[in-house]
Design a protein around this ligand. Sequence first.
Ligand code: ZN
Length: 410
Amino acid sequence: MKESDMIDHRRLGRELELFASDPLAGAGLPIWLPAGAAARHAVEEYVRDLERRAGYRHVYSPPLGKRELFELSGHLGYFADDMFPPMRLSADDEFVLRPALCPHHALVFRARGRSYRDLPLRVAEIGGMYRAERSGVLGGLSRVRAISLNDAHNFCALEQVGDEVREILRLIREAHAALGVRPAGFRLSLRGPGEKYVGDDAQWARAEELLRAALDGVDHHEGPGEAAFYGPKIDIQVVDPAGRESTISTIQLDFDKPERFDLSYTDADGSRKRPVMVHRSLVGSMERLFAYLIEVHAGAFPAWYAPVQLVLLPVDDGQADAAGDLAGRAEAAGLRAEVSRAGSLGARIRDAAGRKVPYVGVIGPREAADGSVSLRLRDGRGLDPMPAADALGLVGAVVAARSGDLLPPA
Ligand SMILES: [Zn+2]
C-alpha cells in the first residue's frame, strides 16, 4: 500500500464512520455520519465563537435565490459554467442554487441605511452553496457539489481595509493553530492574461496595492491568473500528505459588488460613500477543511473536536453502573463520552484505539469501590488511577485549551 493511500481521507472517513458517499444520494454529495457531524459541530461552534469575539455578526440566508439576484451579482455572467442550471417555477420565476454567499450578504448590508459608524460591518455565516463539478473529479470531501462555507463579508471604508485584512490574517493564524492546520504558504493571487475579469484597471491596481501592503513582512509568493473574477486575493495554501495543494483560507478585495448592488453609507461629513467588500474565509469549506484535517491528523483529531473524547470501560459487569455514572457526569460537563461493554477488555481497548479516541477510562473493582478511574491516552501512555473528578478535570482542561497535546501543561 502506498503512503498516500494509507492516509487517504476517503479510507479513514469510511473506517472511522465520519462520512458516507452513496451513489443514490449522488456523486459529490457526501453524508456526514454522527461521528463526523460531532467533530464538525465542535469546529463550527469554535469558528463562530472566534468570529463573535472579533466583532462578526452571524446571519442565516437561503442556499437558493432568484435568477435576477445572480444576474445582478455577475455570477451568471462570469461563473455560470460552475453553477447548476436555473430551476423554472413559472415563465417569470426562476431560481438558482447559489454558487456563493456574497449576493445575500450584500442584501444584509442593504437591509437598512448605513452610516460610517456601522463600519466595518462584518456579516458572517457558515452557509450552503453549490458548484456543478463534473462527476469525474469528485471524491470524498475534497471536491463536492454541496459546500458549507465558513464565509464572511466585511464592508468597510477604503482607509479601513489595511487594518481589516491584517486582523483577518491574525484570526486565520489563531484558527489554524487550534485546528492543527499547517499552512504551506501564502499566495497573492493576481489577474492573468486572457481570463474574464470585472472592474477597471485602476480598481485592480488599488486592490493589489492594499493586499501587498497587508502582506508586508509576511513570506508569500505571487500567483498570476489565480485572482477571483472580481478582484485579487490572498490565499493560504495547504499541502495534503499526497502532495496536493489546495486553498483553505482566503481574503479577497471587491470593489465591483458594492457598485452592482449600489451599496452606500453616510460618511461623517454627510456625503454618500461606497464601501469596499472584503470576502474572507478563515478555514474554508467544512468539506475541504475536514478532508485536510482527517489526513493531516491521520484521523486522530485534537481532543476538543474528537467525535468521542472519552470511552469508559468497566472491566466486568460489576462496574457497569460506575462507568455509566461517570459517563453521565462527563456528558453533563460538556464532554462527549461513551461506555463500551461488549467483548473482552483487550478487544475494547483495541477498538477505542482504532477509533482514535483520545482518552480511555478503565474501571475495575478497586476503582469502582473508591470512585476512581485509570486513564489511558491515545498515544499509549497510561496514568495512575485518579479520582473520577480529577480525570474529568484533566480531559476538560485539555478540551477547553483546544490543545493538540493530551495532557494539560504541567
Ligand atoms: Zn463572497
